[in-house]
Design a protein around this ligand. Structure first.
Ligand code: UDP
Length: 353
């Protein structure tokens, strides 16, 4: 069986790693195509090293652009690669522009397409990711879901049951695989913090592109940081906005984006996490760490119903949420968040081959 994996942005890489590892164990022929949607070491290269994934076979180098231009560039550059490689499966991950661009091209070429992380919906079409999720799921031949609610959603949208396979959460595979190494690296210790920190990540346009909203969030984080350490590895997009607005953040510790192992270690030792990231909502549930998601909706409701996540749409409400922290950690994980999703994906691909 020949698999061609398409990845392009930071959240894709922890999803690729367990599937690729399972592919190696199963003796599959594998090709990794990196679109270059994220291209610098902090958001891309370091993840391949930390997750022990081989250097991509093909790098399309598309770089940053508007959504339309980036998607179009990926489609144009990836078509000849698909025609040359002729894989049995194109495997796409998550909800970024690389995901939908690859699915559009592979499905028109009649190459079977598998979507890892199918069936997630925020029901918020103002999120570019939601558009990518809907289109990718509509086109994919095999819908590999992280939770049972995603299966139900796909069925409700009319997808045939024969194309839906519940496999569990690949992000959790990577987390469980890497957490011991992450702890050993000791990033959090190296920060010399006085207490367990509040870790923060924010990069969704709804939070960082509106100056007023970003100002409100930063005001609250600064208040919280007067009582306990707040560590904020800031996405380049967020950092740029903070700089443009000349927003003072002290005593919040704003860092450049950190590597995967550093981020795991930071979350693992945190009192709580404040985020708008999809992956971080899942990782905090897997670690049993309280998570406050600064959004009105989540495409990962299972992190709320069965995990540690809580939606906090209004930034000002974070104060109270942090003040009420109890310091206890849960060890309950949703079904299939067990470290074996990658193996189940390989089984599903073989069974549908
Ligand atoms: N992450 C990281 N360093 C950071 C921020 C996030 O390694 O400074 C990791 C995070 O732990 C998760 C992934 O990046 O594994 C999630 O990516 P992101 O938040 O960019 O995307 P989303 O999941 O929201 O699509």
């Amino acid at each position: 069986m020949k698999l061609l994996h398409v990845v392009g942005a930071r959240p894709n890489f922890p999803k690729l790693a367990p599937v690729h590892r399972a592919g190696v164990a199963a003796g599959a022929q594998q090709v990794i195509v990196h679109t270059g949607q994220h291209y610098d070491d902090a958001l891309s290269g370091s993840f391949f090293r930390d997750l022990d994934v081989p250097t991509p076979d093909v790098d399309l180098g598309v770089g940053s652009a508007s959504h339309a231009i980036q998607t179009a560039r990926i489609m144009e550059a990836i078509e000849p690669v698909f025609l040359h490689e002729r894989p049995d499966w194109v495997v796409v991950y998550g909800d970024v522009n690389s995901t939908v661009a690859a699915a559009l091209v592979s499905s028109k070429l009649g190459i079977r397409t598998a979507h890892v992380e199918a069936g997630l919906r925020s029901d918020d079409l103002s999120m570019p990711e939601e558009i990518n999720r809907i289109v990718t799921d509509r086109l994919a031949n095999l819908l590999l879901t992280p939770s049972r609610d995603a299966d139900a959603r796909l069925r409700a949208e009319g997808e045939p049951q024969s194309q839906i396979v519940f496999v569990g959460n690949v992000m959790v595979d990577s987390l469980l695989h890497s957490i011991a190494l992450a702890r050993q690296r000791g990033f959090r210790r190296s920060l010399g913090l006085s207490a367990a920190p509040i870790a923060v990540t924010l990069h969704r346009p709804s939070n960082v592109d509106d100056p007023e909203r970003l100002r409100r969030i930063v005001d609250v984080l600064r208040e919280i940081a007067r009582d306990r350490p707040v560590v904020f590895p800031a996405h380049p997009r967020t950092k740029q906005k903070l700089t443009e607005m000349r927003l003072a953040c002290d005593p919040v510790r704003v860092l450049d984006p950190v590597g995967y192992l550093e981020m795991l270690d930071l979350m693992d030792g945190a009192a709580a996490v404040i985020t708008d990231s999809g992956g971080v909502q899942e990782e905090t549930t897997a670690l049993g760490i309280p998570c406050f998601t600064v959004r009105t909706s989540t495409e990962r409701p299972i992190t709320v119903t069965e995990g540690t996540n809580r939606l906090v749409p209004e930034p000002e409400d974070l104060r109270q949420a942090i003040a009420e922290l109890r310091g206890s950690r849960t060890d309950r994980r949703p079904e299939g968040w067990d470290g074996h999703a990658g193996v189940r994906i390989l089984e599903a691909l073989s069974a549908h081959d």
